[in-house]
Design a protein around this ligand. Structure first.
Ligand code: CU
Length: 150
């Protein structure tokens, strides 16, 4: 009986050993295959590190602040493609929109189309050359203009 148990233990250990060796062989074959495929051009090469020397192009930005007394600066001159940011630093909601009030048809993209809460902002990229009047739709006595040049 004792000899039979020893035989079973030896058999189990041998099977585990065969399993481990087989698994290692499988893993190494897979790693080798991936490397060979990469060398053969089958797999895409690993990604190159990002080129940090390339200049980062950032669209110019212009900030128009809105306070309790209105917009500042009232007329602002920018180049086409400038990101216009209306920053609400007043104690009330603001709603930037182009002239004419209340239809805002001169420059529809300038219209925030909703109230902007205090300490929040509304931004859009202005592209059309010209002089564009705008106002606070919630208080049209506050207005300004954006002069866009080429
Ligand atoms: Cu309006």
């Amino acid at each position: 009986m004792k000899e039979k148990n020893i035989f079973i233990i030896i058999l189990v250990v041998a099977l585990i050993g065969i399993g481990v060796v087989g698994y290692r062989t499988y893993v190494m074959d897979t790693v080798t295959e991936v490397a060979q495929n990469r060398d053969a051009g089958v797999l895409p090469p690993p990604p190159a590190p990002a080129d940090t020397s390339a200049p980062v192009v950032v669209a110019p930005s212009a900030i128009i602040t809105y306070g309790d007394n209105g917009f500042s600066p009232k007329p602002i001159t920018v180049t086409a493609g400038t990101n216009i940011v209306f920053m609400n630093e007043s104690g009330a909601d603001m709603w930037p929109a182009s002239a004419p009030h209340p239809t805002h048809t001169d420059y529809p993209e300038l219209d925030a189309k909703k109230p902007i809460k205090p300490l929040n902002s509304y931004a859009f990229v202005i592209t059309r050359v010209g002089t564009w009047k705008y106002h606070n739709h919630l208080n049209p006595t506050h207005f300004g203009s954006i002069i866009v040049t080429e």
